[in-house]
Each structure stands twice: as C-alpha cells, then as structure tokens.
Design a binder for this molecule. Structure first.
Ligand code: GLV
Ligand code: GLV
Length: 323
C-alpha cells in the first residue's frame, strides 16, 4: 500500500521531494496559513494517513491523534516540540520526531544579531535616522554597550546555547556563565564557562542574558517579575527559544520602569500577539519568530523531517525521536 502523508503547510521542496521520490502520496494544506484545529481534524479525517508532517504552529493533542488513528508518526518541522502533547502521543503509541541540529548555527547567528542590535542600538538608530532626526554627530547620542569583557549568561546549555557562547567568547571575548538543569562539563571546557546551580545567580551576574531552554511546565515564566528584578539595571535580555518562558507583561513593566536596560525577542508569549505596550518601547528589538529563517536551515529542517518519516516507514528508528 502506498504510504500517505499529510503535510500541514507547505515546507521547502528539499524535504517534499525526498518523500515523493520514495513513492509516498503527499497531501499538502493548500492554504498559505496554518490550519485551525477544526480544519486540521477534517483534513486528517479525509484519508487513512500513515504520517503527519506538522509545524510548531499546529497544536497537536488527543483530538488530532484521534482524528487520524492510522498515523503512527508525527514529524514536527521544528526543534521545539512544545506544540505536541507528548503524553497523549505516548498513550497511543505515536512516534514524535523533531529537527534538531539543522537550525543550530542559524538560530545562534540570529541571537548574536539581536544582542548586537541592542548593544549597538541598531534599530533605534535606524528609526531615528529614517525619521530625519539626524542633525549631525554628537558625543553623547545613542550610546550603547561594548561586549568585550562583559558577561554573557546562558540559560540552557544545549546546542544553540553552546553555539551562542562560542560566538560570544571567540568573537567578542565575553565571559560565559550558565545555568542548565544538568551541569555540562563539555560546555564549561569549550567556553571556559562558569556554572551556576540556579537561574537567579546567573541573572544577578550577567550583562547579557540569552535564553535557550525548551518550553516545559518547569520553564514557563522562568523569567518573571521577581527574576527580572534580580538582573542588573544595565543588563539586556534576549529570547530566541519560546515566548512563554518569559512573563511578557512583567517584562513590559520592567522595561518601562528601568529594571533592565533592554530586551530582544524573536518569540512571544501569545504569538503572534505582542503584550500590551511592548511595541511602543524604544528599548526593545522584535523579530517575528525568524531565528531559523534562512534557506539553508529551512531546507535542512525539511530534509530532517522527511528523513525521520522515511526511516520510520522503513522500520528503522528515526534519527530524531523525542517520544
Ligand atoms: C523554531 O522555533 C523551532 O523550534 O524550530
Ligand atoms: C537545540 O537544538 C538545542 O538543543 O538548543
């Protein structure tokens, strides 16, 4: 029987071609947007799909699994898989895969771009200049912060956190400190990094804090009002992980009140909505969840997602099983 795959939204051809070349039948959501749960349920009920290739914008839980009981693998086109109810998948014996590695360099580069945007005041300066406000060089105007010799606090010493630490240390001679639920001696050796057993200690010491944790119950609002208050008033915060890791309303308050100096976000608590007041602040740089958005990374993510499905269909363990 020909294997049938439902793809919840068009992804790069590099991955789709691999699946077609295997002779699998692909149905791709024709809309240039994510499907609502109801729409996805009705799409999945149309055929006995053997696999679903889904995105981080699809909320996948019991209702979705039950609408396509024949699909024993859901391949997520993302490294994060908080959009999938892993417990419900386990109960039904559904395999879940993700796409780690493919986007590590890309997200790390975007993170560095965000850090520099803050410390060199790129976005403020651009906006100022475009508005015709530039009347000539001035000694005290739009002063930023040098990274050299400053301390970068990494929360989450995984692949991406490690790559950011690499660039910060080797590119800018920053000192690296970190927190992770697990101490990571390789990370310490590679980046001459100092481990702290609590998030709080990192927040108190860092000049720039970069968040690279997965979204879990234990990391939801990891950065809250109390923790923001522990940071240096001169510190910057950057988040390219998942929005709900930061209490965004508390963040807006902290920025308004000078509790920290600035923040750059690629992800938001209620994506695509922004917390009230966030976009009005000057000390904020925001990008629309594009940290992994290069052609190379997206192609490689598509290839990985396809590789996971092919391995599964061929009776092998897919390379990126998360459940
Ligand atoms: C992007 O946010 C991803 O998890 O791949
Ligand atoms: C993502 O690949 C991470 O482990 O940080």
């Amino acid at each position: 029987m020909t294997k049938k795959i439902y793809v919840t939204r068009k992804i790069p051809e590099a991955g789709l071609k691999m699946l077609r070349d295997k002779g699998y039948e692909l149905d791709i959501n024709p809309k240039d947007r994510s499907l609502k749960e109801k729409e996805l349920v009705s799409a999945l009920k149309k055929k006995d799909y053997d696999a679903v290739l889904c995105l981080l914008t699809d909320q996948i839980g019991g209702k979705i699994f039950d609408s396509v009981l024949t699909a024993k693998i859901f391949a997520n086109y993302a490294v994060g898989f908080n959009n999938i109810n892993v417990e419900e998948a386990k109960k039904r014996g559904v395999t879940i895969t993700n796409t780690p590695g493919a986007l590590t360099d890309t997200v790390a580069e975007h993170t560095i771009a965000l850090i520099l945007s803050l410390t060199c005041r790129i976005v403020e300066g651009d906006s100022f200049t475009r508005k015709g406000k530039f009347k000539g060089w001035a000694p005290m105007h739009l002063l930023g912060m040098d990274l050299k010799g400053k301390t970068l606090g990494i929360l989450g010493a995984g692949r991406i956190g490690s790559r950011v630490a690499h660039h910060a240390k080797n590119g800018f001679e920053m000192n690296i400190i970190y927190f992770d639920v697990k101490r990571n001696e390789e990370f310490e050796k590679e980046h001459n990094a100092k481990y702290f057993g609590t998030v709080d200690e990192v927040l108190k010491e860092a000049d720039v804090v970069s968040v690279h944790v997965p979204l879990l119950d234990s990391t939801r609002h990891l950065i809250n009002k109390e923790r923001l208050a522990m940071m240096k008033k001169t510190a910057y915060l950057v988040n390219t992980s998942r929005g709900p890791v930061i209490d965004e309303n508390a963040l807006v308050e902290a920025l308004k009140n000078g509790i920290i100096r600035g923040v750059a976000l690629d992800v938001f608590e209620n994506e695509p909505k922004l917390a009230k007041g966030l976009s009005k602040l000057n000390n904020v740089v925001i990008t629309p969840h594009i940290a992994s958005a290069t052609e190379k990374a997206r192609d490689e993510m598509a290839i990985l997602a396809a590789t996971n499905i092919i391995a599964f269909f061929e009776g092998k363990t897919p390379p990126n099983v998360v459940a």
